[in-house]
Design a protein. Structure first.
Length: 453
């Protein structure tokens, strides 16, 4: 069995660690629609005696609930009428790792299958795997990296709840973008996250400050697309757990307040399955690279639901905010939705649309499906945008979740790429969020209307 590096575990190594008493808890987890790790903590001995071979099961409502874990209607795969049966968790042993921020704990990430062993098509990991299979059919592999920003607070999650998530104390009180002093003040938290993630098998690059008060980013080396998505999910959960252990809190909300939002820029490139560079030749972009970018651009509006899945996601798309508003590409141009960077082996695209709330499996699947559409149809790449994309006449990214939902629901390209079952499932997820939001009265409405209307 091949693992990304020697900091991952093999089942044989885990058996020895459990037998020796060094590990007593094994987390079996998958990533749900909202991008969260869900699953079970198993006793180490039970894991060895039973789950190692038999796996475990969980209710299929785990892919058919809202963010509050409420059962909601509209999902074909899971309902009261269908009895809310089980799905099987099938471990992917290449993801087996230590979680050193938790006592004596290891984790393995799982695929989801039905009891007849058919894959659960609506599972984010399965959706990405199907796109990677299409890339493999063309003799290529996908490499990716995600740049996930967060805002950290010297306020616990419990206190944040009691305060209504307002008036929290950020770990920095001014813009610390690239500031060494600013990250020094936050270094105990950042160092804990970096070191625990390195021990979990992630290849840590470094940490830097960002613009919003208390905003930071920890970077990780690119990897194959599935490993990157798996690691993204582990990191996002672990960072919150580590902060909570310190009496602090972290948010990955796309837009926490009126200042800069949390982005998750996604870098992506293709290579030949022999490692050959396919995006660059003779000191220039290849036609395949141009077709891939043309496909991503052509599907960007229709696939925005995969990049911006929540009502709050769309608050981030503001002019002059470093979050994109124009469907355009440019060479090293941070005002565009798609930025091309690097040359030769480092040539890659950066999708600047996703925010910190993105599900990495769905976003990467969307980028690959769009790019493959461009290759398969031989799309021509429009001229690059030079200058300020915010002032351009290019098409605008969807303004709201409702607009993105309509574009995805009616997209023939999405239905051809992902299948009706997947499209309808995630359209219903958007419907659930919109219904919930429409039913709530916001602080803005109260402040604006209580007396003066």
């Amino acid at each position: 069995m091949t693992t990304p590096n020697d900091r991952y575990l093999t089942p044989e190594q885990l058996r020895l660690l459990i037998d020796d008493g060094h590990i007593d808890t094994v987390v079996m987890a998958f990533t749900d629609m909202q991008g969260r790790l869900q699953g079970k903590r198993l006793h180490g001995r039970y894991f060895l005696d039973v789950a190692l071979e038999a796996g475990t099961e969980g209710c299929n409502y785990l892919l058919a609930v809202d963010i509050d874990m409420n059962t909601v209607g509209g999902y074909a795969m899971s309902s009261w009428d269908k009895g809310y049966g089980d799905m099987e968790f099938v471990p992917d042993w290449s993801t087996l790792r230590l979680l050193t921020h938790m006592p004596a704990t290891a984790m393995v990430q799982c695929d989801l299958v039905w009891l007849d062993h058919a894959p659960v098509l609506q599972s984010p990991r399965t959706i990405l795997r199907h796109q990677l299979d299409k890339v493999a059919d063309k003799g290529m592999v996908a490499l990716a990296g995600t740049e996930l920003e967060f805002i950290a607070f010297d306020t616990s999650y419990e206190d944040a709840h009691h305060l209504g998530w307002r008036d929290l104390t950020p770990v920095n009180q001014y813009n610390v973008d690239y500031s060494i002093l600013g990250t020094s003040r936050t270094e105990p938290l950042l160092r804990d996250i970096r070191n625990h993630m390195y021990a979990a098998g992630l290849d840590v690059e470094g940490a830097k400050g960002e613009c919003n008060f208390g905003q930071h980013e920890i970077g990780f080396l690119y990897a194959d697309a599935m490993t990157t998505a798996d690691n993204h999910s582990v990191y996002k959960t672990a960072a919150k757990e580590i902060a909570a252990q310190r009496g602090q809190a972290i948010t990955f909300m796309a837009k926490y307040d009126q200042r800069e939002g949390n982005s998750c820029h996604i870098h992506l490139s293709l290579r030949g399955d022999d490692g050959d560079v396919v995006f660059w030749a003779d000191d220039r972009r290849t036609p395949l690279y141009d077709q891939f970018i043309a496909g991503v651009l052509a599907t960007l509006r229709e696939f925005t639901l995969l990049y911006a899945p929540n009502v709050n996601s769309y608050k981030r798309f503001a002019a002059g905010s470093f979050a994109p508003t124009a469907v355009a590409w440019g060479l090293d141009n941070r005002t565009c939705a798609v930025r091309l960077v690097g040359h030769g082996p480092s040539a890659r695209m950066e999708n600047r649309l996703p925010g910190g709330d993105v599900n990495p499996y769905l976003a990467l699947a969307g980028m690959l499906a769009g790019g493959l559409h461009g290759i398969d149809t031989g799309l021509a790449l429009e001229d690059e945008l030079v200058g300020n994309a915010y002032d351009s006449d290019k098409p605008h990214v969807p303004h709201t979740l409702r607009e993105a939902r309509e574009l995805f629901a009616t997209s023939a390209i999405a239905r051809a790429a992902f299948g009706d079952e997947v499209v309808d499932h995630y359209v219903n997820m958007a419907d659930v969020e919109l219904t919930s939001f429409d039913a709530h009265v916001t602080d803005w409405e109260l402040a604006r209307s209580f007396e003066r209307m």
